[in-house]
Ligand binder design. Structure first.
Ligand code: FAD
Length: 461
């Protein structure tokens, strides 16, 4: 039996603790931080005290073989507030890219620096996007040039979460511009490095409790060992890319693309949290609000859109859990399942929050209720970590590459072994047995027939 939606005890506990944190700590201050567009330091402190802010916590969640712990945590946290949620999880995004590129020694050195400890919190940022290149990562212009025992980073980054206030900046920079994204590498630029300029904190539509910035790196000199993965790995990667470029077969992914592929289900789960918050609020409101002498939910015009959203939300959650399970079990994303989860979850988050406003009418349009904020927050999810168009592009390309290929479950290793293949449900042998039992029903004593039918009847009936 390999399909199971029931949670383990630890997962259930994680859900309950995170939900309580979102409800008791995050929700009461969400509107204030949104309005003031201030960084929620006190909430981060409480998250650290509750054990939700640290490298070992994420290491533990990523190590869950079902893959579900991380999306479960994200959904509950972001149910509270997406802006505060982003502030809490931003170092995990940077840590995830460090984890994919770094040597074990580098991981040990930098992971604690991304979070700090309660009372002495630290922040981390993943700096990829640039003013000229968000979706098109081949177009990144930040450069890293070797100078003896150092690298010199020069460039301009845009929309960087925790940018300029982080203790650790994980910076994507081009080492060999002729090789496009395969000529790029990731570098650690500590926050106190001379030459980092926080150009401006960006004024955003939503997720306003998170800090998002425009940054410049002016000749930032960092030690050679701040190149993630080290010299040898980079040189091998560049050699392979050059050889492939000569033979025109360069199709390998850069570590940045790898990071995005693996983090998409995590971002999808965040969008699910916003969508669920909106659906719950709208449903509760529609039950309570009366118009023309009855609760408005009695009108199909109100309940049908909510029914569609409930359906699409569950579908998006299943896609997200599938992609997370695949990531945890090393199943390749050949059909772009990570992108599917991000596309479905972000689009339903926008629809759910928009419908929540519609359901609440005038009360949804003003700041007395949180739905207008959730609508602003949700919109980010069709833009960052790959826009919806980019997700469709990735899914479309995978469709083209796997022309006529069957769905994922055709390719997965088979569970249950040979006996199951011979005697399991739906096998010809079982069908023949059933038919024989039916045709012998008048000749076989009733107790024997009952025993045979019991064997063939589905369980739990
Ligand atoms: C609040 C916020 C936080 C962010 N945080 C971070 C962060 O921490 N670190 C980081 O590195 N980046 C971050 N980003 C950047 C984000 O990932 C980019 O904004 C996003 O990838 C889109 O890039 P762009 O803005 O340059 O849009 P563009 O790439 O210029 O796209 C503009 C429009 O064109 C469409 N488009 C582009 N190419 C195609 C195509 N081939 N086919 C069809 N349509 C296309 C896009 O879908 C989009 O609708 C953040 C962005 C925001 C808004």
């Amino acid at each position: 039996m390999s399909f199971d939606l029931s949670l383990t005890g630890a997962q259930q506990d994680l859900v309950e603790r995170t939900h309580a944190f979102a409800e008791d700590v995050i929700r009461p201050v969400a509107a204030k931080y949104d309005k003031e567009q201030a960084f929620p330091w006190p909430v981060l402190e409480k998250a650290a005290e509750a054990g939700f802010y640290g490298p070992l916590f994420y290491r533990d969640l990523i190590g869950d073989p079902t893959g579900l712990s991380l999306p479960l945590f994200m959904e509950e946290l972001f149910w509270g507030c997406a802006g505060i949620g982003l502030a809490v999880v931003m170092p995990a995004l940077a840590l995830s890219s460090i984890g994919q590129a770094a040597t074990p020694e580098q991981m040990l050195r930098w992971a604690p620096e991304c979070f700090g400890t309660p009372g002495d919190l630290k922040l981390a940022a993943l700096c990829v996007s640039e003013p000229e290149g968000g979706s098109d990562v081949r177009n990144l212009r930040t450069t890293a040039k070797r100078d003896g025992d150092h690298w010199i980073i020069d460039g301009h980054k845009m929309w960087i979460g925790n940018g300029g206030i982080a203790n650790v900046h994980v910076v994507n920079a081009t080492v060999d511009p002729d090789l496009g994204h395969r000529g790029q590498a990731l570098f650690i630029v500590p926050g106190d490095t001379p030459g980092i300029e926080l150009v401006r904190k960006l004024d955003k539509l939503g997720c306003r409790a998170s800090h998002t910035a425009e940054l410049r790196f002016h000749g930032c000199r960092i030690p050679a060992d701040h190149l993630l993965g080290g010299d040898e790995k980079l040189n091998k990667k560049l050699e392979r890319a050059r050889a492939d470029a000569e033979s025109q077969s360069g199709k390998r992914k850069s570590s940045t693309l790898g990071t995005f592929e693996q983090t998409r289900p995590m971002v999808a789960a965040q969008a699910l949290g916003i969508a669920r918050a909106a659906l719950e609020f709208a449903t509760e409101y529609a039950n309570r609000r009366e118009a023309f002498g009855a609760p408005i939910i009695d009108n199909q015009g109100v309940s049908f859109p909510l029914a569609d959203i409930a359906t699409q939300l569950d579908a998006a959650r299943l896609l997200t859990w599938r992609a997370s399970w695949m990531g945890a079990n090393g199943v390749p994303f050949q059909h772009a399942e990570g992108s599917m989860s991000k596309l479905a979850a972000s689009e339903i988050a926008v629809r759910a929050t928009e419908q929540a406003i519609q359901t609440c009418g005038g009360w949804g349009y003003i700041t007395d209720n949180p739905v207008e904020k959730w609508y602003r927050d949700a919109k980010l999810y069709t833009i960052f970590e790959g826009t919806s168009e980019i997700q469709r592009m990735v899914i479309g390309k995978s469709l083209g590459a796997a022309d006529g290929a069957p769905p994922l479950h055709f390719d997965l290793p088979v569970d249950g072994g040979q006996l199951n293949r011979q005697f399991g449900r739906g096998t010809p042998l079982r069908t023949r047995l059933g038919q024989a039992a039916l045709s012998a029903k008048d000749r076989v004593p009733a107790p024997a027939l009952r025993a045979a039918m019991k064997f063939l009847t589905p369980p739990n009936r």
